[in-house]
Design a protein around this ligand. Structure first.
Ligand SMILES: Cc1cc2nc3c(=O)[nH]c(=O)nc-3n(C[C@H](O)[C@H](O)[C@H](O)COP(=O)(O)O)c2cc1C
Length: 385
C-alpha cells in the first residue's frame, strides 16, 4: 500500500515535469519498452505524441538537431503557444456533412491544405530517410518539398514519386555559383514543380541546443543574396520560385511588387533568430496592414502547427497551404507508415474541427471565424502614407 502511494506520488511528479508545449498531457504513454521497441503506431492519437516518442527513442544528439531552436528558444515556444491566443468563433446550425479538404496549389490538386515542409537530414530517424516522406506524401496526395540538405539525393527522392505526384523542392543559395546553378538545374530536371528558396538563412542561426553536439550547417548560404538576385534566380528556371522565410509586411509587399508567384511565411521553425515573430503573428501583421497580399499572391506558412485548429486559423487569415516540419521528421521513426499515420491524423482533425466550427467548405473560412483581439493590440503598424 505504502509502495503504491509512493509510486503514485512519484508518477505525478514525473507527469508534472512533462514539458507542456511539446508534449501536452493527453494521456499518452510513450515510454520505451524494456526491449527498446517503439510503441504501437495506433497508440499515437495526436501529432505531439510523435515528439514524445522521438524524445525517448532518438539519441540525444540527433533529437537535439531536430528539436533545436535559436538561443533561448523563446521564439520556438511562442510558435506553439501563440495559437491558443487566437480564439475560434464557431457558428451553429450549419450543414457540415460534406466538408472537403481538397486544395489547389499552383494548379495542382491535393487532398489537403497542409504539406511536408523542407527539413534536412531525414536519415537521422530512418535509413530510407526522405524516400518515406515522398512516398507517404504521394499515397496521401499532399505536397512534399524536400530540403537541399536531405540525406538522399535530389534524383533519388524524385525517383520514388508516384505517377502524377507533384513535389516542390527547397533551395539554399550557395556561395559557390557553379553549385548553385547546378542545384537549380538538377531540381528542374528531376521533375520538381516549384522551388522554395530559403531567404531567412543568410547565415546559420545561433542554435544553443544543437551546438552542444557540434552539428555543422547543411548550407553555405550566400549572404549577398538580395531581391535583385531573386529576380536573376527566377530567370534561371521556368519553375515558380517562392521566397521561404518572409517575416514582415514590408517583405511581403516587396515580394508582391517583384511579381513573386507565392510567398512562404516562416521563421525557419524558430531556428534562426530568437524572439522573431511566429508565422501566425506574421500572418496577422500582413492581414492588418496589407490584406490584399493574400489575394495578390499564394501564401504558404509554417511554424508550430500541431493541431487541426492551427491549420484552420492560418487558413482563416488567408494562408492557402500550411507546412509542418519537426512532426513529420519525428513520425519517420516509424518509417513510411508513421508519416502516413500523421497525415491521416491531421486530415481527420481538420475535418472534425471544421465541422465543429460550422464551416461547410474550407474556402468559406475568413477572419469572421477568429477572435485575435488580444494579439491586435501589439501588431506592428505600417505607415503606408
Ligand atoms: C530538422 C529541421 C531541418 C530543417 N531544414 C531546413 C532546410 O534545410 N531548409 C529550410 O528552408 N528549412 C528547414 N527547416 C525549417 C522547416 O522548413 C520549417 O520552416 C519549420 O520546421 C517549421 O516549423 P515546425 O518544425 O514547428 O513545423 C528545418 C527544420 C527542422 C526542424
Amino acid at each position: 500500500m505504502r509502495t503504491a502511494i509512493i509510486f503514485s506520488a512519484l508518477a505525478s511528479i514525473a507527469f508534472a515535469a512533462i514539458p507542456f508545449l511539446n508534449e501536452p498531457d493527453t494521456g499518452f504513454n510513450a515510454d520505451v519498452s524494456p526491449t527498446g521497441q517503439l510503441p504501437a503506431l495506433d497508440s499515437i492519437k495526436g501529432i505531439p505524441d510523435f515528439e514524445a516518442v522521438a524524445r525517448r527513442h532518438m539519441n540525444v544528439s540527433d533529437y537535439s538537431y531536430y528539436r533545436t531552436g535559436a538561443a533561448g528558444e523563446f521564439a520556438y515556444r511562442r510558435s506553439l503557444e501563440i495559437f491558443d491566443q487566437v480564439k475560434l468563433r464557431p457558428r451553429t446550425l450549419v450543414d457540415v456533412t460534406n466538408i472537403s479538404l481538397n486544395t489547389t496549389i499552383f494548379g495542382h490538386e491535393f487532398s489537403a491544405p497542409f504539406f511536408i515542409a523542407p527539413a534536412a537530414r531525414a536519415g537521422l530517424t530512418h535509413p530510407r530517410a526522405e524516400l518515406n516522406l515522398a512516398e507517404a506524401a504521394g499515397a496521401g496526395n499532399i505536397l512534399y518539398a524536400p530540403s537541399l540538405g536531405s540525406t538522399k539525393r535530389i534524383e533519388e527522392i524524385a525517383a520514388v514519386a508516384a505517377p502524377g505526384q507533384v513535389m516542390f523542392h527547397q533551395l539554399y543559395v550557395s556561395r559557390n555559383k557553379t553549385k548553385f546553378a547546378s542545384d537549380v538545374k538538377r531540381i528542374e530536371a528531376a521533375g520538381f514543380k516549384g522551388i522554395f528558396v530559403t531567404v531567412d538563412n543568410p547565415i546559420h542561426g545561433a542554435r544553443t541546443r544543437e551546438s552542444r553536439y557540434g552539428w555543422p550547417s547543411t548550407t553555405d548560404s550566400d549572404p549577398k543574396f538580395t531581391w535583385e538576385s531573386y529576380q536573376e534566380l527566377r530567370n534561371m528556371t521556368s519553375l515558380p520560385v517562392i521566397p521561404k522565410g518572409i517575416q514582415s509586411v514590408e517583405d511581403a509587399l516587396l515580394a508582391v511588387k517583384c511579381g513573386a508567384p507565392g510567398i512562404y511565411l516562416s521563421n525557419h521553425g524558430a531556428r534562426q533568430l530568437d524572439t522573431s515573430q511566429s508565422p501566425l503573428e506574421i500572418a496577422i501583421e500582413i492581414y492588418e496592414n496589407a490584406p490584399e497580399v493574400f489575394k495578390e499572391t499564394f501564401v504558404f506558412a509554417d511554424g508550430g502547427v500541431r493541431y487541426g485548429t492551427d491549420v484552420l486559423k492560418l487558413l482563416a487569415l488567408g494562408v492557402k497551404a500550411v507546412g509542418l516540419g519537426r512532426p513529420f521528421m519525428y513520425s519517420n521513426l516509424f518509417g513510411r507508415q508513421g508519416v502516413e499515420h500523421l497525415i491521416d491524423i491531421l486530415k481527420e482533425e481538420i475535418a472534425l474541427d471544421a465541422a465543429n466550427l460550422g464551416v461547410a467548405e474550407l474556402k468559406q473560412l475568413d477572419t469572421r471565424w477568429l477572435n485575435f483581439g488580444r494579439l491586435s493590440a501589439y501588431v506592428y503598424k505600417l505607415d503606408r502614407s
